[in-house]
Design a protein around this ligand. Structure first.
Ligand SMILES: Nc1ncnc2c1ncn2[C@@H]1O[C@H](COP(=O)(O)OP(=O)(O)OP(=O)(O)O)[C@@H](O)[C@H]1O
Ligand SMILES: [Mg+2]
Length: 229
């Protein structure tokens, strides 16, 4: 298979809640997939299972054809640091670190030298329009600037897939769209696939494909081929 990431029959239950009730997905390199659906439908659970944060109760996730369920916790955490990048709703930057240190963090954790990591971080911050702000701490940045630091952090180690859970949720419409533009450009430069959970139709509309999750399953598109609103 050519998919960078694939899932077959994913099941995740919490007590009697079927957070995921059999999800199949194929994501190609460079693909941009929006995940939409009502609150509680399983979107975050899907992201966490696809990225190895959570282990599925059934089914399997394949990265480059290799089953990640066979990895132990160390293997999965290595995978999260190297193959995947993450952008969350409110950035989740480390308050005590500067913008460039935050962006360099995944590379530093992966054992790359400080010089190489900070060099890559600075170059991404420049590409994302943050030149001159490298030494600021998250509290000294606007919401949109902080999210661009989060994009730099997610991309600097050149992951295969970037996962974003409501990355524009805390931003106004225009800043959210700008952030999406930055994310898509950065991902395109590195041919990373993007999986983005969003409640915002305008953000979802910029993905190559939209997957609608209802009660832990992918809802079938209607006759027009459109996912129901
Ligand atoms: N750790 C947990 N323990 C128990 N139930 C959970 C847990 N995490 C999620 N759930 C339940 O699983 C279902 C799916 O949750 P999930 O967080 O994936 O929804 P979501 O689509 O991301 O919702 P939202 O749009 O509100 O973020 C919900 O019913 C939720 O209550
Ligand atoms: Mg969620």
């Amino acid at each position: 298979m050519n998919s960078v990431l694939a899932a077959r029959g994913l099941v995740k239950t919490y007590g009697d809640v079927h957070a995921l009730a059999g999800v199949d997905i194929d994501i190609d390199p460079g693909d941009v997939l929006a995940v939409v659906g009502p609150s509680g439908s399983g979107k975050t659970t899907l992201l966490h299972v696809l990225s190895g944060i959570l282990r599925a109760d059934g089914g399997e996730v394949f990265l480059d054809g290799r089953a990640i369920g066979e990895l132990n916790e160390t293997g999965r955490s290595e995978l999260r640091r190297t193959a995947f990048g993450f952008v969350f709703q409110s950035g989740m930057l480390v308050a005590e670190l500067t913008a460039e240190e935050n962006a360099a963090l995944p590379m530093l954790l992966a054992g790359r030298s400080r010089e190489e990591s900070l060099g890559a971080a600075r170059s991404w911050l420049t590409r994302l329009g943050l030149r001159g702000l490298e030494g600021r701490r998250p509290g000294e940045l606007s919401g949109g600037q902080a999210q661009r630091v989060a994009i730099a952090r997610a991309l600097a180690h050149r992951p295969r897939v970037v996962f974003a859970d409501e990355p524009t949720g805390a931003l106004d419409t225009r800043t959210g769209q700008e952030m999406m533009t930055s994310l898509l450009q950065a991902a395109e430069e590195t041919n990373a696939a993007v999986v983005i959970v969003t409640h915002d139709q305008a953000i979802a509309g910029r993905a190559h494909r939209v997957v609608d999750i209802r009660d832990g399953r992918i809802a079938a598109p209607d006759h027009s081929g459109q996912v129901p609103a």
